[in-house]
Design a protein around this ligand. Structure first.
Ligand code: GLA
Length: 388
């Protein structure tokens, strides 16, 4: 986690010498349930001990935001009332959150902000959701007397992605960042928004992320294309069954998917097939966790990887390679984590295999791609909060 003092020194230096309030929000992992959130299915994320920390202070202006991205050494000032908003992609998260919080009735005016983060960028650990929920938490506290609910902050973060950053994401990342709790994974039903905390202390196993360092970029078409495919299948099923109500793939059965196979085409069919299977796998993992059956959890993770790679087509050569190494090493479970197109694999590995697996992965990956994967041991941490 970023030290408060690290941010504070820069906040003081780059603005008027005064201090503000400090807020933090984490990135996330996801055990299973990928690309299910925008399909009304289940996800199984947890917050991590890495995140974004921001110092913020009201500056007395009507709508001027002075923002400093510490890691990039980049300063951008902009006006909230300027309909175009700032160009810098990091500043758009601040602009977007401020406008979305205004929509929720928070009278956001001008403020100063400096922030830093230690969620690896492009690793599929949701650095962007960490920013959104951190800024949302701060604006709610500074201008809104904390009247906006945690769920509304989650939705404001999602709306920021949709309206200002071009990613039609679901709610998993922002949810995990806001609601995270140390030591617990969370099973969220993305349709009803009900969720449960699952203490996660797998006896004899641990979770480790291997970062391919292939940068995943969700902005732009491939992520949104997947979502469109899913929605297209739902439309066709709805047309065949006017008596029913089909909002997302969650409402559709395997039989109904087969009925529209020919009309939707092979690609959309494969995408929907993955999503229906993934919904079942999350539920199977919950049962397995309740029974302490980690081998079953791992089996489901491998199935998810296969589906993400072959049917959903969001993997890449490097991630498939890391998955193969996990298999060769007898690792219990391994799969792509997050949106895909690069980033990390998440691995459930027995303690006694851990060292050998990580060394083997580093060595083989390096031999093939000329650099080692980065290794992050997963520590499940708390969600958004004010630090001081
Ligand atoms: C990204 C999105 C999430 C979710 C995952 C895939 O992280 O932001 O909403 O769809 O991809 O599970």
């Amino acid at each position: 986690m970023i030290e408060i003092d690290f941010v504070r020194q820069r906040f003081i230096k780059h603005f008027d010498g005064q201090t503000g309030n400090v807020y933090t929000s984490p990135g996330r992992i996801n055990l299973i349930g990928e690309h299910t959130d925008y399909n009304g299915g289940f996800v199984f994320p947890g917050a991590v001990d890495k995140g974004v920390t921001a110092e913020m202070r009201i500056n007395g202006t009507e709508d001027t935001v002075m923002a400093y991205a510490i890691d990039l050494k980049d300063r951008v000032d902009f006006h909230l009332d300027d309909p175009a908003g700032p160009k810098a992609s990091w500043a758009r998260y601040i602009y977007g959150m401020a406008l979305e919080m205004r929509k929720l009735g928070v009278p956001v005016k001008g403020f100063n902000i400096a922030f830093a983060g230690d969620v690896p960028l492009g690793a599929g650990m949701s650095s962007s959701a960490a920013m959104e929920s951190c800024f949302g938490c701060g604006l709610n506290d500074l201008f809104g007397e904390n009247k906006v609910s945690q769920w509304d902050i989650v939705l404001a973060g999602q709306a920021t992605e949709h309206n200002y950053c071009g990613v039609n994401c679901g709610i998993m990342d922002q949810f995990a960042s806001v609601f995270g709790k140390a030591g617990c994974l969370m099973r969220l039903d993305c349709r009803s928004r009900e969720f449960e905390y699952f203490p996660f202390k797998p006896d004899g196993y641990r979770l480790v992320l291997l970062d391919s360092v292939v940068k995943h970029q969700l902005a732009g078409s491939p992520y949104n294309d997947r979502r469109n495919s899913c929605e297209n299948v739902v439309k066709h099923i709805q047309a065949k069954h006017p008596e029913g109500k089909f909002e997302t793939l969650r409402d559709c059965t395997w039989e109904q998917l087969e009925e529209v196979k020919a009309e939707v085409g092979e690609e959309d069919y494969k995408r929907a097939k993955f999503v229906l299977g993934e919904k079942d796998r999350v539920l199977a993992v919950c049962d397995a966790l309740n029974e302490g059956d980690y081998e079953k959890v791992g089996e489901m993770m491998y199935k998810t990887h296969e589906g993400l790679s072959k049917d959903y087509e969001v993997s890449c050569e490097e991630l498939d390679f890391l998955n193969d190494i996990a298999k060769e090493n007898g690792v219990t479970g391994s799969r792509i984590m997050g949106g895909g197109f690069g980033g990390c694999t998440i691995n459930l590995v027995r303690n006694d295999l851990y060292k050998k697996f990580v060394e083997d992965a580093k060595q083989k990956f390096n031999a093939k791609y000329g650099h080692e994967p980065k290794v992050y041991d997963v520590v499940i941490g708390d969600g958004s909060r004010r630090l001081c």
